[in-house]
Design a protein around this ligand. Structure first.
Ligand SMILES: Nc1ncnc2c1ncn2[C@@H]1O[C@H](COP(=O)(O)OP(=O)(O)OP(=O)(O)O)[C@@H](O)[C@H]1O
Length: 319
């Protein structure tokens, strides 16, 4: 667990603290998205976790150990760090880039090679074609995959990701978000992700921390934040369409009723699809509802338009 205890950071020569009185916990194995307007202190907060910045007061504990007094090499080895412009070494092959930390740790060649191949596979790159390439021979999305693989190389418990998809086109970004989320969940990392993008925060975060002027305004599940913004600022930050955004968080399967006779229905949606997609399909074809199907394509229920509308308004489930 990462615990921030009343953390304040003031940079020398600045009138206002970059962050003030941050006090919250990040459970092991969960993802927290830090979001808020430019300059609100997101990156500073993240950089204090791996001691790229040092708090002016307060403490940060990782599994009970104070980051300030931890041995720096061990601390950093346990924390993967992914940034927007990746920072791959331009003159090193992809294999050497991914192997950077294992080499520092003195792993032998066979173990390092195996790990590189395993990681490239994990992030969806073919080792045979990618190993020997240089970073400039890759697309932006592929480079981001390599940066992600490199951060995972020594199997750290924690991943810090600062605007990891910021420089990627929207279509690739959504695909990478989906894939990285699945990988991070499968390998059970504790993740802190900084983003400007509300949809990204909602999608990636088990919890979302909304910040403003260095302070934490609200810290809760995406659904709870969308359902009950803590104040007027959070509400306006989320935008007037927050009820619709909530529909992205629930699946068609979670809101369906009993199956209906095929003869009386038209249109279908996969049970894992979001209510957002289901509503969109209903609106496009002016349907009162959709048959819900499982992965095999069998009908498992029926989703009424009314159920979707009420899901956007119900109280958020407590966690
Ligand atoms: N090294 C530094 N020296 C002085 N001030 C700094 C330094 N780093 C950050 N700041 C200031 O601290 C505040 C918070 O910056 P930070 O980068 O954490 O915000 P952010 O929310 O990540 O912003 P953005 O979304 O624009 O990246 C800003 O006012 C910034 O100017």
């Amino acid at each position: 667990m990462i615990r921030l205890e009343n953390v304040t950071k003031s940079f020398p020569g600045t009138a206002q603290a970059a962050v003030t009185g941050l006090d919250f916990e990040i459970e092991t194995g969960t993802t927290v998205a830090l979001i808020g307007p430019s300059g609100c202190g997101k990156t500073t907060t993240m950089r204090m976790i791996n001691r790229l910045e040092v708090p002016t007061s307060g403490r940060i504990l990782i599994d009970g150990r104070d980051v300030a007094t931890s041995e720096l090499t061990l601390l950093r080895r346990n924390i993967g760090y992914v940034i927007q412009h990746v920072g791959l070494f331009p003159h090193m092959t992809i294999a050497r880039n991914v192997a950077a930390v294992p080499r520092l740790l003195g792993w032998d060649k066979a173990r390092t090679d195996r790990r590189v191949d395993e990681l490239l596979h994990l992030v969806g790159l073919d080792p045979a074609t990618m190993r020997a390439r240089l970073p400039h021979e890759l697309s932006g999305g592929q480079r981001q995959r390599v940066g992600f693989a490199r951060a995972l190389a020594a199997d750290p418990d924690i991943m810090l990701m600062d605007e990891p998809f910021g420089a990627i086109d929207p279509i690739t970004r959504v695909r990478l978000q989906d894939e990285f989320k699945e990988i991070l969940r499968a390998v059970r990392k504790t993740v802190v992700i900084v983003t400007h993008d509300l949809d990204e925060a909602i999608k990636m975060g088990d919890r979302v921390a909304v910040m403003r002027d260095g302070r934490l305004l609200q810290y809760d599940t995406p659904d709870a934040i969308l359902a009950r913004p803590a104040d007027f600022f959070v509400e306006s930050f989320l935008g007037p369409d927050r009820a619709i955004r909530r529909l992205a968080l629930r699946t068609a399967g979670s809101a369906m009723g009993p199956r209906r006779e095929a003869a009386t229905t038209r249109g279908s949606v996969d049970e894992r699809a979001s209510l957002h997609l289901a509503l969109s399909l209903m609106l496009a074809d002016d349907l009162p509802g959709l048959t819900v199907t499982n992965a095999a394509g069998d009908a498992v229920g029926y989703l009424e338009r009314e159920s979707v509308v009420s899901a956007a308004r119900t109280e958020a489930a407590p966690v």
